[in-house]
Design a protein around this ligand. Structure first.
Ligand code: SF4
Length: 549
């Protein structure tokens, strides 16, 4: 496989060839849901890196992996440097891709959520690991990038970028990915970065809130509405609409009603009825607020601190019913396993919530700590409450890597099985169908509830999934030994799943990762980041010019 440039060509280069690989998926997918949805989740930063590299005169080959491609065949060829963007669930796929390139002399760079959550682990397998990126950092890196074969270098900008390339500049990358899907075409945009709220489990709670340029947003929206396809703009802000009126003014100044549709993730506290009216006028069709817990995080749900349990359920359900009068598709996000959760109550309250607001589609996650990325994760680390769950399963539903205070993991999965059964029961599916006002919400939710897919947002397939994991946690000796801390060697079941997911790329995994799968303890560095058992994190290079200019 000719992944690197011939050495002679490299010596004489004036411009580089840069490969960019955005791992939207971690494994092959064959489902209708994946076919419709995955290609709509291409990340913005890899596209921004591509634009910045081209502005420097370099050639860029950009690909996305949505689970439907033959990845080995599509990986960029003849490159000098390759950037990989990955969530933690795709870390092993990213590591194998990096190893494949490094064996051929190509320097590799990791960016994205995994790089931010587990920088010291990723540095074992990449030449460079990027925390926060901006144009200055990427320019400096591309000016000089010696390989770091023994341990990668961690680079981060001091803060999030103030500007990013607009949609027009990113369009050729966006279009290439959207061509992979039909029915819905979503373009991701960022109106702001960071968040003024302080939810301690969230990576964005420690990033200062900033708006992106309103002029740039206007230009982007004007450009998008001229495209022949009908497009939905998904605002990927951590918390869209903190400066609500500003964003509605921007939209209304350039987008005639109905020319574009919109979706956003935002707090319930921002969804007042006055704001909802304006969202309806501007064709917001989907909204994804986080409820998180029935006993905590009340400020973002605009609830009094004392309104917990059933009182919170009633108030949030009322609020959700109001939201759906204006925005047809509503998904609420809930997390289970908090220290404030005990017994069956959080799950029974969720059923009550679904009874009171049947039009909502709930998305459930299990409490997960991603490295040192958020204050709560660091607290769990300090309390020795983390388990060595392989990265592949840090997706909020395959397993749980936090030692929960009031449940065994088997008990949690038992509750999830019961709750999921209720969520996709025939009676509730029918009530949801009737409560949803638009065809998109009705049939979208029907498809979702009936889906055999196993992912956090799916339906009936998840009942079997939760039950299967519960049974393994109760009966499989390897799961029992792993869960009790008797061994750090992952159960063979996990390794087999990773082998299936990676296919032929499994053989490209670095030896340290394979050793970890086989022996556990033998390679603790391949697992938990920043735990007391591994060396301290690499010192961030705050001024990238210090090291690589
Ligand atoms: S409101 Fe959302 S984005 Fe903001 S800190 Fe809380 S979870 Fe994070």
């Amino acid at each position: 496989m000719n992944l690197s440039r011939p050495a002679g060509e490299r010596r004489n280069r004036t411009s580089l060839k840069i490969g960019i690989v955005d791992l939207i998926e971690r494994q092959p997918s064959r489902t209708l849901y994946g076919r419709v949805v995955n290609a709509n989740f291409a990340s913005i930063m890899p596209q921004a890196v591509g634009v910045w590299a081209e502005q420097l005169g370099h050639e860029v080959e950009y690909i996305t992996y949505t689970g439907f491609e033959d990845l080995e065949r599509e990986l960029p060829r003849d490159v000098d440097l390759v950037f990989v963007n990955a969530f933690t669930q795709a870390a092993y796929l990213a590591y194998s891709i990096s190893n494949l390139y490094r064996r051929r002399g190509v320097v590799t760079v990791l960016g994205g959520p995994h790089a931010r959550a587990y920088p010291d682990d990723a540095a074992e397998f990449f030449d460079y690991v990027i925390g926060l990126a901006d144009q200055h950092l990427i320019t400096a890196l591309l000016s000089d990038f010696p390989p770091n074969p023994s341990i990668g270098l961690y680079l981060t900008a001091a803060r999030q970028p103030m500007t990013l390339p607009g949609v027009r500049e990113r369009w050729k990358y966006i279009e290439k990915t959207l061509a992979k899907t039909r029915i819905i075409h979503v373009v991701q945009m960022l109106g702001s970065l960071g968040c003024p709220y302080t939810c301690n489990f969230c990576i964005d709670s420690e990033i200062d809130y900033q708006t992106m340029s309103y002029d740039q947003l206007r230009e982007d929206l004007a450009f998008l509405q001229k495209q022949p396809r009908s497009l939905m703009v998904a605002w990927m802000d951590p918390n869209f609409g903190v400066r609500f009126d500003d964003y509605m003014d921007v939209i209304e100044s350039v987008v005639p009603p109905g020319k574009l549709q919109f979706a956003c993730e935002t707090s319930l506290s921002l969804l007042s009825e006055a704001n909802l009216k304006r969202m309806k006028q501007n064709h917001f069709k989907m909204v994804f607020p986080g409820v998180e817990s029935w006993f905590d995080y009340n400020n973002k749900a605009k609830q009094k601190k004392t309104d917990t349990g059933l009182e919170k359920v009633r108030r949030v359900a009322d609020h959700c019913n109001v939201i759906m009068e204006y925005v047809p598709y509503l998904q609420t996000n809930l997390i289970f396993g908090w220290d404030s959760d005990t017994g069956a109550e959080p799950f029974e309250l969720t059923k009550r919530f679904l009874d009171l607001a049947p039009g909502v589609y709930p998305k459930y996650s299990l409490l997960t700590a991603f490295g040192a990325s958020a204050p709560l994760s660091r607290q769990y680390m300090a309390q020795d409450r983390l388990l060595d769950l392989p990265f592949q399963f840090l997706d909020g539903y395959s397993g749980i890597n936090v030692k929960t205070k009031n449940y065994t993991h088997a008990e949690l999965f038992g509750h999830m099985t019961d709750l999921m059964k209720y969520t996709v029961s025939a009676g509730l599916i029918w009530r949801r169908f009737k409560a949803n006002g638009s065809a998109m919400a009705r049939y979208g939710n029907l498809l979702r509830a009936r889906s055999k897919e196993r992912n956090a947002g799916a339906g009936q397939g998840m009942v079997d999934h939760y039950r299967e994991v519960q049974q393994r946690l109760e009966n499989d000796p390897e799961f029992l030994a792993f869960g009790s801390g008797e061994t750090t060697r992952p159960p063979a079941y996990y390794v087999q799943k990773i082998r299936q997911a990676l296919g032929p790329l499994y053989d490209q995994l670095p030896a340290k990762v394979l050793d970890y799968f086989q022996f556990g303890e033998a390679a603790p560095n391949t697992r938990i980041s920043l735990s007391p058992r591994v060396r301290p994190p690499l010192t961030p290079v705050e001024a990238p010019g210090d090291r690589i200019a």
